[in-house]
Each structure stands twice: as structure tokens, then as C-alpha cells.
Design a protein around this ligand. Sequence first.
Ligand code: URA
Length: 260
Amino acid sequence: MDSYVDWHAAKAALDWQVEMGITEAISEVPINRFEQVAPPPKAGLIPAASAPVTPVLPQATVDPAAEAEAAAQGAGDLASLQAALAAFPHCELKKGARNLVFADGTPGARVMIVGEAPGRDEDRIGKPFVGRAGQLLDRMLAAIDLGRDRDGVASVYITNVLPWRPPQNRDPKPDEMAMMLPFLKRHIALAKPSVLVVMGNISCQALLGKRGITRLRGQWAESAGCPVLPMFHPAYLLRNPAAKRDAWADLLALKAHLSN
Ligand code: URA
């Protein structure tokens, strides 16, 4: 068989491979790159034949949800929980966020509101619900004599499922939810609200394990040892003003629950 390949044909084949992104020469046999190869002895030196070769051990796999659980449980108060979140290294969202958005309002308030995730304004300012949806939330709360800046029985405490803004406000991924959930549950345990208001599908998914806010809203449930009222998210109400009637009914249900 004629193994001769003409120069131009060989050059054309090589150019084609480079164009396809094949820029690294590989051999015909596989290379085990986990096997440590001793460096070649320098010229004129006698190789240290007896020097032990340190085996390269496989990296221990990290379970971010388990690490989150340990970090969250280790926090004895809200300030330590915020510090534990800030130090948590496994959530990729942190890299793209400007600020950790932890909470606003009064810790220990009877009502704790759980939103979804910071948006652009929250990321910039470092507080939950400060954009247009947040302003609507404030008006909704004021309508039943509650507010994040009020004291005592009129106060509320506000947080989100995720403390960092997802890029382009996309929905959180299941692994991001799983690793943030221990922090959220600990947050609730330390804030000790008597009622949780979960706004939107992401919050329902996190705390009730189900979505379908149109069906869930207004139906009292329980999570983290607390009564839970699912409600439409204010951002949804801005896009669907007709749903404000249901939101008003839910606010009245909340007010009635608090006055019992
Ligand atoms: N939407 C949320 O769910 N949370 C915020 O903090 C802002 C908008």
C-alpha cells in the first residue's frame, strides 16, 4: 500500500484540523494524567532513585447542601447566620452579585415574608424588596396596618429564598435552592415569626415543596413549625392587576389571623 501523502494534502488536512479547533496533538494510546510522573533528572545530576513519589489522591467531593446545613446550624443568632452566608463558598450566584441581600424589617416580628430572590435594585442596595415590586409590597402591608419600618405588632421581617441575585433574574436552579434552603430554615428558626407569608412559586417550592401559586394562594399550610400563607408575588400583581382582588382577600385573611 502506498503510504505517501503529498505535502499539500498533508498541509490541507492539518489546516482543516486547526480550523475545527483541534490544536493539541494527542497520541494513539490513552494517557493516565492521574499517574504522577517523576520529573526527568537534570543533566549531570544523579537521579534520587529512592525519593518517594507522592501519590495524587482523588479530590474529596463536596456536598454543598450538607455544608450549608452545618454552617447554618452553627449560627446561634441572625448576625452569625448572615456571616455564615457571606462566607459560604459554594453558590455560583455569589460571584455575579454585588451584595448579599439578607433581610430587612424587624427581626422577631410576628410576620416574616419570604420572597424569591433579589432583583437589580435589591442587588445594588443590599436589601430585599426595594424595587417596584417592593414598593407595591409596602403598600399592601400598609393596607392592613403592617410595615417594615413599624414597631411592635405592626412590624414585619422580610427575606428571600436566595440571598444573591440570579443573572438576568432567572429562576434559581434546583441545586441552588437545595444549598440555600438550610440557611432559610435556620433564618426562620432564629427570627421566630408566628406567621410566614410566602410570595410566589419559588418560595412555595422552597418551603412547601410545591408550586402552583394560583391554586396554593390563600390556603393556609405549615412549614418550619409555622403557619404559612402563600400569596401572589407583588411582581406578578404588577403584571396582572386583576389578581389584586385575590391578593386583597389574602391580606384580609392574614389580618384576621393576626387579630385572633
Ligand atoms: N422579588 C423578590 O422576590 N425579592 C426581592 O427582594 C425583590 C423582588
